[in-house]
Design a protein around this ligand. Structure first.
Ligand SMILES: [Zn+2]
Length: 119
């Protein structure tokens, strides 16, 4: 996750532009984590009552420190997995773009000084 930030504004801009181009969702985007839960269905005659629990897939996400969950049908699992991965990718991109944008501001003064020929 640590990114090396170039010193020169031209290089920063180039790096920024490359990431801006990647900043497009290739699928729906899901800001949640996928978890697998083992559970019993409650039927005393079911295999789960003897320890072979059912696997359930859920999404969990937080809103104001409160965790929410949603059941994920098994046939949707591959898609949902991709959607959460897409969120992770975009989130990382936005963080990098933000760091680079900040660096652009921070190098502004130095670059100006360099241009006016002090060294
Ligand atoms: Zn069961």
């Amino acid at each position: 996750m640590n990114m090396k930030i170039p010193r020169h504004p031209t290089l920063i801009r180039r790096s920024l532009l490359a990431r801006q181009k990647q900043l497009q969702a290739k699928s729906p985007v899901l800001a949640a984590s996928l978890v697998t839960i083992r559970r019993a269905c409650g039927n005393p005659n079911c295999r789960c009552a003897r320890g072979q629990k059912h696997l359930g897939h859920y999404l969990t996400w937080k809103v104001k420190a409160k965790t929410h969950t949603a059941y994920v049908p098994v046939d949707l699992l591959p898609q949902v997995k991709l959607w959460t991965q897409e969120h992770r990718r975009l989130k990382q991109l936005v963080q990098q773009i933000s760091q680079l944008s900040l660096a652009l501001i921070q190098t502004h003064v130095t670059a100006k000084r360099r241009k006016s020929g002090r060294s």
